[in-house]
Design a protein around this ligand. Structure first.
Ligand SMILES: Cc1cc2nc3c(=O)[nH]c(=O)nc-3n(C[C@H](O)[C@H](O)[C@H](O)COP(=O)(O)OP(=O)(O)OC[C@H]3O[C@@H](n4cnc5c(N)ncnc54)[C@H](O)[C@@H]3O)c2cc1C
Length: 315
């Protein structure tokens, strides 16, 4: 049988992306394209992390099996993969959605959604907690509503028509904030310790990765945490962090022994010598708090480190 060049391309694309002496495909391509060894190494590191993420998924969910990838590489659109008949929304999610949407509609109507600084009021965020809004993606045994991702996105879509910032904050808290990393990688002890307060909204969360010198280039991270006794001592600065303010909980990406790692950090209620907020104005998402965070010898309990089964913090 004549080999199908497109299938070969697919197979090559699906193969582990290492080629030359352990270099990733991207690293080799960049090196051959004339980039410096340092630039090729750094981009290659991110590429390798991407491969490790892919390997976490069953073959049918990997990028090479996606309808978009197949449409591009096979020149054939697999319409059957777009057929989708979602199940009816679970009653508890429907109830929470109606309550949350009604609450925000009412607050808007009463002119009580924003505080004097134009940010969503804290009492509104707390009242949303009573509807179950912050616990949507948290398992019921930790006090959440255990929504499916399909129902979660339906709720977000509806909430976004009422107030996009409130919808965005559910995603920041539940998807990139502390909820998803804990749900996915937390130990049973960490889940019991953090998830109930994240479910009620007593603690709201965010994700702190970006730094003044590290945005798209995650290998340029400078924030470090070193183990001293029972604590990690954190030093460094984060920038552009949504929903970051005193009293929030963040997934902090930092270097531990040179490896990107994630610590779950309860930010104190007050600023101090060891923890400060850098305030500035940012137009995008202007009704949410977005701040810089400065840590100077800031202690975090060692048991707040998330350990991933494969890869490292970039994965
Ligand atoms: C509203 C808002 C909310 C945010 N919330 C968070 C948050 O909650 N947590 C968090 O950690 N961060 C947050 N960020 C930061 C955001 O993730 C970063 O801005 C983003 O990662 C880009 O980094 P940067 O701004 O340093 O831009 P840079 O990385 O400096 O990029 C600048 C430009 O160069 C381009 N570029 C960069 N590298 C390459 C390359 N190799 N090849 C070609 N082009 C390139 C980029 O596409 C971009 O156009 C937020 C930002 C905004 C605006």
């Amino acid at each position: 049988m004549r080999p199908d060049p497109k299938q070969d391309e697919l197979r090559r694309d699906a193969a582990p992306a290492t080629s030359h002496g352990g270099e990733s495909f991207a690293e080799t391509a960049l090196r051959l394209g004339g980039k410096s060894a340092e630039e090729a190494r750094r981009t290659g590191k991110i590429d390798t992390a991407d491969d490790q993420v892919e390997a976490l998924f069953a073959p049918q969910y990997q990028t090479t099996a996606s309808p978009v990838h197949r449409a591009v590489w096979n020149r054939r659109i697999a319409w059957d993969l777009f057929q989708f008949a979602p199940a009816a929304m679970a009653d508890r999610i429907n109830l929470a959605m109606n309550r949350a949407v009604r609450l925000i509609q009412q607050k808007k109507q009463d002119g009580m959604l924003l505080d004097a600084a134009g940010k969503i009021r804290e009492d509104v965020l707390q009242a949303l907690g009573e509807t179950g809004y912050w616990g949507l993606l948290i398992p019921q045994r930790y006090g959440g509503l255990e929504s499916s991702m399909v129902d979660f996105t339906r709720l977000l879509t509806r909430m976004a028509t009422v107030d996009p910032t409130i919808a965005g904050l559910a995603s920041v808290h539940g998807c990139i904030g502390a909820v998803d990393p804990l749900r996915t990688f937390g130990t049973e002890e960490q889940k019991r310790r953090f998830l109930p307060d994240l479910a009620t909204g007593r603690r709201l969360s965010g994700f702190a990765l970006t730094e003044p010198g590290a945005g798209s280039d995650l290998t340029a991270l400078r924030t470090t945490a070193r183990l001293e006794g029972d604590s990690y001592i954190v030093n460094g600065e984060k920038l552009f962090i949504t929903n970051a303010k005193p009293g929030r909980t963040i997934g902090l990406v930092c270097l531990i022994d040179g490896t990107p790692s994630v610590l779950i950090v309860d930010l104190p209620m007050e600023e101090s010598e060891t923890f400060q907020i850098r305030r500035y104005g940012l137009h995008a998402l202007k009704h949410a708090h977005n701040n810089g965070l400065i840590f100077r010898d800031f202690p975090v309990p060692a048991e707040n480190l998330l350990r991933t089964p494969v890869g490292d913090g970039l994965t």
